[in-house]
Design a protein. Sequence first.
Length: 154
Amino acid sequence: MLPLTILLKQFQYCRDSVLSHSYCMHQEVMKMACSDITVNNIYGLFTKLLTMGLDSLLIFLSYIMILKTVLSNPSNSECLRALNTCISHFCAVLIFYTPDIFLSVIHRFENSFSPLLQILLGYISLLLPPLLNPIVYSVKSKHLRARIIRVFIK
């Protein structure tokens, strides 16, 4: 992130200094600049895609290794237990990455999207992963799953 802040520091800012999120997003600060932001835009998108792409590739490779190890286990019950943990982790990763990817794409092409959608997706990407993470991992437990179902049935 340091190169992004250095690139932002060299711009002249002449637009309104009101941000649509409660936190500072690089894309919003970048769009307040009056000068050409092409290099900053390309670098920010490249960094986001490289980081998420590398993370996704390493997670995918680790899942292949885990599945290879789990499926070589002769015990069906242990195999199912391990796969259950993998599915929970995979859901948590999807919950984390999906809103962040959409938010990054929407901010790059904001003219075709509603500002309300940008604000909503910003808060979703900030709040949803930490809120849903405990739920995703606790659904595996029969005791906790029964209590969660009871809360929603009442």
